[in-house]
Design a protein around this ligand. Structure first.
Ligand code: EPZ
Length: 419
């Protein structure tokens, strides 16, 4: 079994380069199924979610080449319609994007229900609403989702719930529908815009991504092309919080500061110095960390994927802090793990209360899920003594070379295999 072992405390110093955005690339890669021609996708992070999607693409008959560590050449011209089995889809949440891509290209899609971090029920009713609004009939049979129609027709859909996945999935399918699709009450995350920009670079006609209304004028075919994935907003935020928690001085490079505004503003409220430049930010920790309150919201609000990491920083603050989680009903597994390190933290409903001034002491803990795992690394960097973290696989799903990146910043951290 793999474990991460950290000896703390430490003070992070130096520079870290942020990788391509996980939640953008896990939608862009399935969308290549709709393209007749070669898609060159650059700035791809080396993470297991990407590897799992590439396995699905190869299963479908796509040509997948890696001219270098961060670039993929994917050609789905010769891909034939096929069902995507549970063995491949259960490894990650984003496998559901193959529904929109297969429906878009062949008007027929059968994909086993997705997997992903157990942070909540994670329904897909809004995805289905999007597909049905385009004229598809959607059925569940033996754990598969089957969507089909004779033709996709542009429509006007108003989502009942702001959903990143449903927004992207519907946008993908609508690219090859007949006529105009207007989507309202949509998600506005940076990765929504990135997927729209990728599709447009392949010949789609999408406008309004990143606003409350997305318009998609259907085209008959998507051609090949090249596209570079945006930097990962949450990876950047994770390293910013780690710099603040260790009272360090870290330059976080290859970022889009605009995407980090909600995180930067919250850190500034906590008396952390954040200096923004064109494509990097510098975070300088301070002796006195101010307590604060956070409410997780869809973009441009504070991202739920930064909730556990922020809770660690709040444990070091002066006074009591509060996090209200509005997106995932099971985002709280990290709480028990922080308690093992000596944090005074409690949950009531969807509100987490964190007493500041914690003196964290190293202990054996678990990741529980992707972002909780990243938070446990930050906690281990701050704790005195040895912290060992199990379930490393969760972390490897979404953070490229995270051990090497933290070690380069001065952390005493390594990954060990225990038999
Ligand atoms: C994406 O998940 C991200 N995953 C999540 O990041 C992120 O937490 C989430 O968006 C919110 O930003 C990927 O992009 C692969 P949603 P997604 O649909 O699309 C409800 C990470 O750590 N909902 O925006 O699954 C849902 O229950 C991961 O990188 C419905 O009710 O999230 C939730 O309460 C974890 N019906 C809310 O909407 C639906 O059909 C937001 O979910 C869909 C969602």
């Amino acid at each position: 079994m793999k474990k991460i072992v950290i000896n703390g405390p430490c003070r992070l110093e130096g520079e870290v380069e942020i990788s391509g955005g996980k939640n953008a690339v896990v939608a862009i890669l399935p969308a290549t199924v709709m393209v007749r021609g070669k898609c060159v996708v650059e700035n791809v992070p080396n993470i297991s979610d990407v590897e799992n999607i590439l396995e699905i693409l190869r299963y479908m008959g796509a040509s997948v080449k890696k001219p270098d560590a961060k670039t993929l050449e994917i050609d789905c011209t010769d891909v034939t319609p096929c069902d995507v089995p549970y063995e491949l889809t259960h490894r990650l949440r984003a496998s559901y994007y193959f529904l929109g891509a297969l429906l878009g290209r062949w008007k027929d899609a059968t994909v086993a229900m997705p997997g992903g971090c157990s942070i909540g029920l994670r329904p897909i009713d809004q995805h289905i609403k999007g597909f049905e609004s385009l004229g598809a009939k959607v059925q569940f049979e033996r754990g598969n989702v089957h969507a089909s129609c004779t033709s996709l027709v542009g429509s006007h859909v108003y989502f009942d719930q702001v959903s990143v996945g449903a927004t992207i999935n519907t946008m993908i399918a609508a690219c090859l529908a007949n006529g105009m699709t207007i989507m309202e009450n949509v998600a506005k995350e940076p990765h929504i815009v990135d997927v729209a920009n990728f599709l447009n670079s392949m010949g789609a006609n999408i406008s309004g991504a990143g606003t409350d209304v997305i318009k998609v004028r259907g085209v008959t075919e998507l051609c090949g092309g090249s596209y570079a994935v945006i930097p990962d907003q949450i990876e950047a935020g994770t390293f910013m919080v780690a710099a603040a928690a260790t009272r360090g001085d870290v330059t976080v490079k290859n970022v889009i500061p605009k995407h980090l505004e909600c995180i930067s503003r919250k850190l500034t409220e906590m008396n952390i110095k954040v200096v923004e430049f064109d494509d990097y930010v510098r975070v300088i920790g301070s002796g006195l960390i101010e307590s604060t309150t956070v409410k997780t919201m869809p973009y441009p609000g504070f991202p739920t994927d930064m909730h556990p990491q922020m809770a660690v920083l709040m444990a070091l603050a002066d006074g009591t802090s509060r996090v209200t989680e509005t997106i995932w009903e099971s985002r709280f597994k990290y709480v028990d793990e922080l308690r093992k390190l000596g944090v005074n933290i409690s949950v009531s409903g969807n509100v987490v209360m964190i007493e500041g001034g914690a003196q964290l002491l190293g202990a054996p803990i678990r990741s529980c899920d992707l972002r909780a795992g990243a938070a446990m690394i930050i906690a281990g960097l701050v704790a005195s003594g040895t912290t060992s973290i199990e379930e490393v696989e969760y972390i490897e799903r979404g953070y490229e070379n995270i051990i090497e990146k933290f070690r380069a910043l001065g952390a005493n951290i390594l990954k060990v295999e225990e038999y």
